[in-house]
Design a binder for this molecule. Structure first.
Ligand code: HT9
Ligand code: FE2
Length: 346
């Protein structure tokens, strides 16, 4: 059987500021047309300023890319890796222009999110479409890799981290956390005939798989980092409220597993390691946080396995019964009506 050939791998991520002057323009890029109130933006800008206006996300992506380049070379796969972002430099439009100039005609795209939903899946499709339109004629064909929330290497890495955290902190309750999204966005996050809610169901499934592999019995799934006007419902409970509730129920310690995220970016180092850890300390709850999967050597293997599914028809490794989704060409949606952007009022 003929295999389609690819000239490159495009690492497509969110982007983050790399200095104090980047913070506001970055936040304007993230929130353009998204109805985030100015008070929330000012608050988030301050979180970035605590870190000198630098999000670790770009450095972490560069490190992960280096690891993937090594893994590709070790497996004898010749595929140059390019790096482009949705919201900050290197912007994906510029990267794609460089790829075209380098003669890339067809590339695989690795988006740095494991899940479905508008923010995690469809918005990366929009980035692909926008970048191709910006490059115009001669833009490389772009094939996005699938969602990997149920890949054994993703689940296994988090499960090992969870076991280690429990070994540190005896008798702790396990709390899985992911980025909250508006209820309406969650309902739209999957083909309508599947009843939507693909994002929250995939998060719940990943949590279930990780807990099972780690041998953890009781656990909760909670949400964090919500924005948007308070009258619009987002996924709940919020992690901070949940820590209060666990304390009231007599729990004495928590292990927090950021199952919804791939790397140690600001949502993790601020919203969890700073805010949630401070709330736990106030309550006298022991607190440990599981590392995200992206920094583990197995993550490079995972990415190369996803690539090999396309290059060599390697078997699709997944632990859940969810259909493998997210793999589309040139920014097409997964299915009609899948991961639709939320309609906003006003
Ligand atoms: C599901 C999801 C993921 C996980 C999937 C994925 O990884 O893609 C994710 C990741 C990330 N979110 C990030 C940063 C931000 N997200 C924001 C705002 C929002 N995120 C949303 C959802 C998600 N976000 C939503 C529904 C909004 C409201 C506005 C809108 O509807 O679009 C805002 C605006 C301010 C605020 O409102 O907080 C910022 C600054 C960073 C970079 C961190 C860094 O710089 O280190 C990363 C990796
Ligand atoms: Fe999708």
């Amino acid at each position: 059987m003929d295999r389609v050939s690819y000239d490159a791998l495009l690492w497509l991520s969110f982007g983050g500021p790399e200095g104090p002057d980047d913070v506001l323009p970055f936040l304007e890029n993230v929130t353009r047309g998204r109805g985030v109130p100015p008070e929330r933006l000012a608050e988030v800008a301050e979180h970035y300023q605590h870190f000198g206006g630098v999000s670790p996300i770009n450095r972490l992506n560069r490190e992960a890319i280096t690891a993937v380049e090594k893994e590709l070379a070790a497996q004898g796969i010749e595929l140059p890796v390019y790096f482009g972002n949705r919201n900050w430099h290197p912007m994906v439009e510029d990267t794609l222009a460089r790829m075209a100039a380098d003669g890339v005609r067809r590339a695989l795209v690795f988006p740095t999110s494991a899940y479905g939903g508008y923010s995690a899946c469809r918005q990366y499709d929009e980035d692909i479409e926008r970048a191709r339109a910006a490059v115009g004629e001669g833009a490389p064909e772009l094939v996005k890799l699938r969602q990997f929330f149920d890949h054994p290497l993703f689940v296994g890495t988090l499960a090992e981290g969870l076991r280690n955290a429990h070994a540190q902190l005896g008798g702790a309750r396990t709390v899985f956390t992911a980025h909250s999204v508006p209820e309406s966005a969650d309902r739209a996050s999957g083909p309508p005939e599947e009843g939507g809610r693909r994002y929250s169901r995939q998060i719940a499934e990943a949590a279930r798989l990780v807990a099972a592999e780690a041998g953890v019995g009781a656990y909760d799934v909670v949400w964090q980092s919500r924005s948007g006007p308070p009258q619009i419902p987002w996924l709940e409970p919020d992690i901070l409220d949940h820590l209060d509730a666990l304390h009231a129920q007599g729990e004495t310690a928590v292990v927090v597993c950021p199952v919804g995220f791939v790397s140690e970016h600001l949502e993790v180092v601020w919203d969890l390691d700073t805010e949630a850890a401070a709330r736990a300390a106030e309550l006298g709850l022991g607190f440990a946080r599981v590392p995200t999967a992206g920094g583990d050597p197995r993550f490079a293997e995972l990415v190369v396995e996803l690539v090999r599914e396309h290059l060599m028809g390697a078997p699709v490794a997944k632990l859940s019964d969810f259909p493998a989704a997210g793999c589309t060409v040139n920014g097409a949606p997964c299915a009609p009506g899948c991961c639709e952007p939320v309609k906003r009022r006003g």
